[in-house]
Design a binder for this molecule. Structure first.
Ligand SMILES: NC(=O)c1ccc[n+]([C@@H]2O[C@H](COP(=O)([O-])OP(=O)(O)OC[C@H]3O[C@@H](n4cnc5c(N)ncnc54)[C@H](OP(=O)(O)O)[C@@H]3O)[C@@H](O)[C@H]2O)c1
Length: 305
């Protein structure tokens, strides 16, 4: 276990994506650890977004992400470049690739890619569009002269409050595919950001850190919701994994092409990787930095009652 208070204060961390949901939380977590955060923001970023990043104590650096020399200058002196970018191929491979090149050019020792997902090192190529992008970036970074540190956290637990079709509040059902006892990894965005900050400041961080704020099955979720609400929540098996694959194929064929990172069919691909157990995180590295305040699924769901 590493003393999280022993993180070097004043360490420079370059952060891309600080105006985003997870990136803003990472900026905050780094600020609380006295890191000097250099947040790279697009030239036309609105003032409200800038103010939110500034409030974390980060220094804003306006950047043209197409300008390789400017990107390398912005990375100069950093201990780690952290990417919390979100998007499809042009962002995850294109933009993040340019950021990686800049980090290498500037001699930055470490890079954290925007992975923050289930265990794509164990899932099948072609099964999940967003995991394929991470796999492609993994090949690229592992061939680059820089150390990579990825955080894998399962699904954001915050999605349990409604965004993910798992806890169906109105119907008092827990929807699942396959096995009701399959363990599923969930971590809140704040816990992910907290841990990612520790990883960013840890020169000896492993290639992959696997974390889960809670590991629960569909059956566990039904019991949790029954206890919290005082009403019986029943399990609802939508089908097996094969049926889910068929539903994904139909949903994808019927969906108009879009640049959205998370269309419904992609959420279903994510559910498939979790429900099959292929994307399960194991073993977990939760204890590495001594973090004890993990938010469990019951605490997240209590807010919905
Ligand atoms: N495991 C899960 O359940 C789960 C769920 C959601 C997200 N995630 C992952 O978490 C990570 C962050 O996602 P998020 O939800 O925090 O994303 P987000 O809120 O959409 O923020 C994305 C960030 O990337 C920046 N960005 C995107 N395209 C850009 C471009 N072309 N040029 C410059 N900046 C660009 C945005 O800048 P602007 O503000 O300027 O647009 C913003 O700062 C991603 O890896 C995502 O896949 C995981």
């Amino acid at each position: 276990m590493i003393d999280r208070n022993a993180s070097e204060s004043g360490t420079v961390i370059v952060l891309a994506g600080a105006t985003g949901d997870l990136g803003g939380r990472i900026a905050g977590a780094l600020g609380r650890r006295q890191a000097q955060v250099r947040a790279l923001v697009r030239l036309r970023t609105p003032e409200a977004k800038r103010a939110a990043v500034r409030a974390t104590g980060a220094t804003l650096v306006d950047i043209d992400f197409a300008d390789a020399a400017a990107l390398a200058r912005a990375c100069d002196g950093a201990a780690c470049v952290v990417s919390a970018l979100n998007g499809l191929e042009p962002t995850i491979l294109g933009l993040q690739g340019r950021l990686l090149d800049a980090a290498v050019e500037a001699g930055v020792p470490r890079f954290m890619p925007s992975d923050f997902s289930l265990d794509f090192t164990k899932t099948r190529a072609g099964d999940n569009r967003n995991m394929d992008l991470r796999r492609a970036f993994q090949a690229r970074i592992d061939a680059a002269p820089i150390r990579a540190s990825s955080v894998l956290n399962g699904a954001f637990a915050d999605l349990l409050t409604g965004e993910a079709p798992i806890v169906l509040h109105k119907l008092r059902r827990i929807l699942y595919w396959g096995d009701a006892d399959q363990p599923l990894d969930f971590t809140t965005k704040d816990d992910v950001a907290d841990y990612a900050a520790d990883v960013a400041l840890d020169p000896a961080a492993p290639r992959f850190s696997r974390i889960a704020g809670d590991v629960v099955s569909a059956r566990d979720l039904a019991a949790i919701m029954t206890r919290l609400s005082g009403h019986r929540y029943r399990l609802f098996r939508a089908g097996g994994i094969g049926r889910l694959s068929a539903v994904i194929a139909v949903a994808r064929a019927l969906s108009p092409k879009s640049d959205a990172p998370f269309p419904a069919w992609q959420g279903m691909q994510y559910m498939r990787d979790m429900s099959s157990g292929r994307g399960k995180l194991f073993p977990l590295d939760n204890a590495r930095y001594g973090k004890a305040d993990w938010t469990n699924a019951a605490a997240v769901l209590a807010a919905t009652i």
